[in-house]
Write a protein that binds this ligand. Structure first.
Ligand code: HPA
Ligand code: ZN
Length: 335
């Protein structure tokens, strides 16, 4: 391993774009299928991995929604979340802000409370066991209706102390942020932080809608913003963070060659980019592998890596004291 790779591995990192259902490894998928008597259309772990060939977002989403069908009980959601934390603890993640997709479960008859209680119990235990602090962000599935998103928001209100923010994910094309203008306005009134996937597959106009109409606090992906010079300038001026997911982009979003990944241009344009894993069980790597993919392909320097790590801390939804504590861990490592 190179010095730089060792540096990245041991670097205290934060993760801001991680779908907990996307951390379901095939081994756990089989274990839960057995536990819950769910039939899987695969015979082996190898067969599952072989099915993970995607040419676009929708190919992935189809198999991702199918995979989450094994998650049934609160303990399943606990085990899923604990497995993720255990893994990223080994990669020196010190803080994570975890997405979940309630509608992917409630639409299968799993109660909202089963999902949120399993996830937050594991996160609370993980804070003790692994020293990883965390927040939870609930995403609306944008291919479903505005009405369904409103129902989901209503279901979340009793769990406001466990859910810090709301986001928007799933099939981007044809489902612009404006479709959820009223839901996000309501979520803002309720005090939730706001994020949205935009510019992953969708055009720069979707990013502009996420800013102007949804009034997001942080932008998930945002890659295609670079096609619009005025938008790029605006993202620089407002210093909104972008949660970039290199291996996801390689698997889904038309980055055919990591050396052409837009991260370099983002950094050169003064955008506040961060590195994240998105759906690590499906895209071939957790946060360290995502850092390493761009470090190698884009020939990033140690200073670039430190900038990315600092951007991550600055972009968390932590309060000032928590951010100072996270920065201290990073500074201690750098000394
Ligand atoms: N994009 C959109 N929706 C998602 C993703 C993604 O990368 N992962 C899980 N849901
Ligand atoms: Zn995502």
């Amino acid at each position: 391993m190179t010095n730089l790779a060792q540096f990245v591995e041991a670097l205290p990192k934060v993760e801001l774009h991680l779908h907990i259902e996307g951390s379901l490894e095939p081994e756990l998928m089989f274990e839960l299928a057995k536990r819950n008597n769910v039939d899987l259309p695969f015979k082996s772990v190898e067969e599952v991995r072989a099915a993970y060939q995607f040419t676009e977002l929708q190919d992935f989403l189809d198999i991702y929604y199918q995979g989450m069908g094994v998650l049934q009980t609160e303990q399943d959601f606990y085990d899923l979340t604990d497995a993720y934390l255990k893994k990223v603890h080994s990669q020196n993640v010190i803080h994570t802000e975890v997405f979940f997709d309630p509608q992917g479960h409630t639409d299968r008859g799993i109660p909202f409370e089963t999902v949120i209680n399993g996830i937050t119990r594991a996160l609370n235990d993980g804070n003790e066991k692994y020293g990883i602090s965390s927040h939870v962000i609930m995403c609306f599935l944008r291919h479903l209706s505005e009405e369904a998103a409103f129902e989901t928001l209503e279901q979340a209100l009793p769990y406001k102390d466990q859910i810090l923010g709301v986001g928007l994910d799933s099939s981007e094309m044809g489902h612009p942020p404006s479709k959820f203008a009223r839901v996000f306005a309501r979520a803002k009134e309720e005090g939730f932080k706001l994020v949205a996937h935009a510019g992953e597959e969708g055009p720069p106009e979707y990013v502009i809608e996420a800013l102007d109409i949804l009034k997001i606090d942080r932008l998930d992906h945002g890659n295609r913003s670079l096609e619009d010079a005025a938008l790029t300038q605006r993202l620089k001026e407002i210093q909104i963070a972008l949660t970039v997911c290199p291996l996801s982009n390689y698997k889904l979003a038309g980055v055919t060659d990591m050396t052409k990944h837009p991260l370099r241009q983002m950094l050169q344009s003064g955008l506040k980019a961060t590195i994240n894993s998105d759906d690590p069980a499906y895209f071939g790597g957790y946060i360290t592998e995502n850092y390493l993919a761009v470090v190698e392909a884009l020939d990033l320097s140690k200073d670039d890596i430190i900038t990315l790590a600092r951007n991550g801390i600055a972009a968390t939804f932590c309060d000032t004291d928590q951010k100072v504590a996270l920065s201290k861990k990073l500074d201690q490592y750098l000394q």
